[in-house]
Design a protein around this ligand. Structure first.
Ligand code: PGA
Length: 253
């Protein structure tokens, strides 16, 4: 059975002290309450917060993720952070290819493919993001856009490592906008993503991959989204910065 995942993406928010307080309060909830079976909680924090957040949570219940990594392994890349550096702090996941990285920082599928390869080489789980823009949704090309993103970004990933990869479908038009994909729209795309993974790899592999939905997930829409067959959880931006909302979204799974 594939895992259910509730992952927060804090983006560039909170000072370290505030992040530690948020991580600690989420951790307190899971000390007082049993984590539901087959559910994983992941906190995607800024690089500067990884060490302190890893130390603030019970790693058997909560994992910490970085939000990005370098496509390079080491060397003269001023300002970059390598996967093994992230791993050495105790993070277990890295969000790769978020649309903000693609759109604002010019990340291509080729760069993302290399980042995935670095994650796999270091036994850290990438959360691979994909999704179409508003224009691509409107002009009807959204299935092809997501298919091409998946094929190109998974070109260095083999059958062993795809099973160590989480996929997140995040329609760009729904991120931070308050506009959520309807449960039907999201389910339709998640089913399609699973079909593409089955075509690249096998159906058996596709059935084991957790595919998360991201884009304005809130406590009031999470139940319906998470009840869809191919939606295995969420990648939560804004609502992950409020402990109560994040916990309510977890409770929706
Ligand atoms: P949002 O962000 O929940 O604030 O829309 C999701 C994301 O960017 O991962």
């Amino acid at each position: 059975m594939r895992s259910k995942i509730v992952a927060g993406n804090w983006k560039m928010n909170t000072l370290v002290s505030e992040g530690v307080e948020l991580a600690s309060s989420i951790n307190r909830f899971f000390s007082d309450n049993k984590l539901a079976p087959n559910v994983k909680i992941i906190l995607g924090v800024p690089f500067t917060h990884i060490d302190a957040c890893v130390k603030s949570v019970d790693y058997t219940k909560i994992s910490v993720a970085a939000q990005n990594c370098s496509q390079y392994e080491k060397g003269a890349y001023t300002g970059e952070v390598a996967v093994d550096m992230i791993k050495s702090l105790g993070a277990q996941y890295i969000i790769v290819g978020h649309s903000e990285r693609r759109q604002i920082f010019g990340e291509t599928d080729a760069i993302i493919a290399q980042k995935l390869a670095n994650c796999h080489k270091n036994a850290i789980f990438p959360i691979l993001c994909c999704g179409e823009t508003a224009d691509e949704r409107d002009d009807g090309s959204y299935f092809d856009v997501v298919k091409n993103q998946l094929i190109a970004s998974l070109c260095l990933t083999d059958q062993f490592n795809i099973l160590r990869t989480v996929v997140a479908y995040e329609p760009v038009w729904a991120i931070g906008t308050g506009k959520t994909a309807s449960p039907d729209q999201a389910q339709e795309m998640h089913k399609y993503i699973r079909k593409i993974i089955a075509e690249i790899f096998t159906q058996n592999i596709a059935d084991q991959i957790s595919i998360l939905y991201g884009g304005s997930v809130k406590p009031d829409n999470a139940v319906e989204l998470f009840s869809q067959d191919d939606i295995d959880g969420g990648l939560i931006g804004g609502a992950s910065l409020k402990k109560e909302d994040f916990i309510k979204i977890y409770q929706a799974i």
